[in-house]
Each structure stands twice: as structure tokens, then as C-alpha cells.
Write a protein that binds this ligand. Structure first.
Ligand code: SF4
Length: 347
């Protein structure tokens, strides 16, 4: 007998073969075209994105053509789409690939993730659509379909939610990863929609948790981010001659007057993936820690760098020995981190 998961995969693919919209980026395996479409479609409706996609591939038929373009030309073509950072990162990635990778996209999810402007979703989309890698895509449509069909109430905006859904999504991906990933997203966009899902004519109805318990309106669960602000801290920990650079927080913000390190505040988890500076030598980075305050959830990663003679370290940092640091007032998250560091690195 087939499992609930097997039925899900089989029916989603069968539904897609009949109901999919004909979109030009689905008719290609060219990673450049797929990447272009994915970047354009972030925050943009398919109908509007389609026009831009066509303009871009007509103007820049190859990755090299895009890499040769000037930023102002690309921005002009991008006009009306907003979020210009997308266009900026796109151009930077095209130039990088042409200069360092013979104008070719890497073929694995892991390698794609290292490129500028490519987060988990886009990396999975390119790896699976273009190279059929068995890696799950996870976007709003996928969260919704999985939460409803399997009856999952974990907050999709939480780290735990992301982990749980990612594991489930990954366990479902069949060998036809390319077709299945496109199918589940299309199913969420057309059939299992946020409002008024078409349950009456749904092939998954018989096994769907939300349909059985009439829970469509309550799934997926997303706790408002307005109530809980999320922040993303990249700390740069400078080392020099057995000393570490710290600064006293003076801004009207959390942890006023406590000591921390050079801080770069980022916009999302994916930006804590890596960090670069021309000012020193990278040593190592920590895991990402989650620190919960009453109204803020802070994700923190520490990046350690060795300062050189010529490093321009921000002027508000001062050098302290390990001994001195023990006596400085610090946020608890930094106290804990330094303690763990002391154990693991023998400082
Ligand atoms: S039955 Fe309704 S809620 Fe369940 S998967 Fe189908 S459209 Fe979505």
C-alpha cells in the first residue's frame, strides 16, 4: 500500500502534467535563464515578471552578454521592478562567473549558495530545475501545501518551523526533482491558494488533513513578525597579539553601555552565511546562535579575523587582553560565547 507521502508526490506530479502554465523558463534547462527568471520573480508577479524576463533574454542572450553590460544599462532594463539590489547582485554574479568560472554556473546546491544574491530557495530552484539535483525548494507555496496536507502547526516563521518543513520537504523529493519541485510550487500557486483553495476539485482531498478537519484557514501558522522583531547580527571579532577588540555600546538600543565587538547588522539569515573584509585574515566563524529577548529574536554569528599591521579597525574599538575582557560588562550572549570559545579554542 502506498504511504501518504508517496500518494502526495504521485498526485502532485500528475496534477502538474495537466494543469501547469506554459512559462518560458520551464521549457529550458539553461541555468542562466532559470536564474534570471528566479531573480526577476522574487517579489514580482508572474505576469509582470514575464515581460522583464523576455526583455532581459533578448538584450542579454548569454551570461557573458549580461556580464559585459554596464550597471546603468541593467538598471534601466530593471526599471519598474524595484528592489534594485537584486539587479546589482545579478550583475555582480554574472561578472564573477565569467571572470572566475568560465561563464558557467556551478551545478550543485551547495556551490550555488556561495554566489551573491542566491539564497537557499534560488540555489535549490537552479540546482533542481537545471541539473535535477534532489534538493527541495521551500517557498510560501510549498509551506502552505505541506502544512495543510500533512497538518503541521509549527510556526513557519520560526527557525524550528524552517527546520521541520525543510526536513519533510527534502524527504519527499523524488528522482524527478525538477518536475516535482515545479509541480508543488505550481500546485500552491493555482490549486491550494492562500484564500479559497480549490478543495472541491483537488486530487489530494482524500488524504488532506486540512480538508478533513476544515483547517484550511488556520494553516500554515505564521506568527506575526510585527510582534516579534527579528534581527541578524554579524559580529566581527578582531584578534591581535593575544588581544581582542571590543567596544562599548553607546547607541539607544539593546545592551546600552555593555561591551560587544564590531557589529554589522544584516537583513536576513542568509546574510549571516559568510562575511568578507579586506582589513584582515579570516580565522574561523561560529555557528549561528539564536538569542531571545522580550520583543526581539536575534540571530548571531561571530566571524573571527586576525588584524594585520595595516588593518583599519574602526576607531571605537579598543584592544583588551583576555583577562581584561573578563571584567568588562557584556551581554549574556557574549559572555556565554566567550566561555564556550575558551573551552574549545583553549584561549
Ligand atoms: S484539499 Fe484543499 S487544502 Fe488540501 S491540498 Fe487540496 S486544495 Fe489544499
Amino acid at each position: 500500500m502506498q504511504t501518504k507521502s508517496e500518494i502526495f508526490v504521485e498526485k502532485i506530479i500528475a496534477w502538474y502534467q495537466v494543469n501547469q502554465r506554459k512559462l518560458p523558463w520551464r521549457a529550458t534547462k539553461n541555468p542562466y535563464y532559470i536564474w534570471l527568471s528566479e531573480i526577476i520573480l522574487q517579489q514580482t508577479r508572474v505576469k509582470q515578471g514575464l515581460r522583464y524576463y523576455q526583455k532581459f533574454i533578448e538584450t542579454y542572450p548569454t551570461l557573458q552578454d549580461l556580464a559585459n553590460a554596464s550597471e546603468s544599462e541593467v538598471f534601466r532594463l530593471w526599471q519598474g521592478l524595484g528592489y534594485y539590489n537584486r539587479a546589482k547582485n545579478m550583475l555582480a554574479t554574472a561578472r564573477y562567473l565569467c571572470e572566475h568560472c568560465e561563464g558557467k554556473f556551478p551545478q550543485t546546491y551547495k556551490e550555488l549558495l556561495t554566489l551573491k544574491g542566491i539564497g537557499k530557495y534560488t540555489a535549490a530552484a537552479i540546482a533542481s530545475f537545471a541539473f535535477n539535483e534532489q534538493v527541495a525548494v521551500l517557498d510560501g507555496n510549498v509551506y502552505r501545501v505541506l502544512a495543510r496536507y500533512f497538518g503541521i502547526y509549527t510556526d513557519i516563521a520560526s527557525l524550528q518551523g524552517e527546520k521541520e518543513f525543510r526536513e519533510l520537504a527534502q524527504s519527499l523529493v523524488p528522482t524527478q526533482a525538477s518536475e516535482y519541485n515545479q509541480a508543488i510550487m505550481e500546485f500552491g500557486a493555482l490549486q491550494c491558494t492562500p484564500q479559497k483553495p480549490n478543495c472541491m476539485f483537488c486530487p489530494l482531498q482524500e488524504n488532506c488533513f486540512a480538508f478533513a478537519y476544515q483547517e484550511q484557514a488556520n494553516l500554515p501558522v505564521k506568527i506575526s513578525k510585527l510582534q516579534m522583531k527579528e534581527r541578524f547580527f554579524a559580529y566581527i571579532v578582531w584578534h591581535k597579539d593575544d588581544k581582542i577588540a571590543m567596544k562599548k555600546r553607546s547607541e539607544k538600543d539593546i545592551w546600552e553601555n555593555l561591551y560587544d565587538f564590531e557589529l554589522q547588522e544584516k537583513n536576513g539569515l542568509e546574510e549571516l552565511h559568510s562575511i568578507s573584509t579586506n582589513e584582515g585574515t579570516f580565522l574561523f566563524h561560529s555557528d549561528i546562535f539564536k538569542h531571545q529577548l522580550t520583543h526581539q529574536r536575534i540571530f548571531i554569528r561571530f566571524f573571527h579575523f586576525e588584524a594585520t599591521e595595516n588593518s583599519k579597525i574602526p576607531h571605537n574599538l579598543t584592544w583588551h587582553t583576555w583577562e581584561e575582557i573578563q571584567h568588562l560588562p557584556k551581554p549574556i550572549v557574549i559572555v556565554n560565547y566567550l566561555q564556550s570559545l575558551q573551552k574549545t579554542k583553549n584561549l
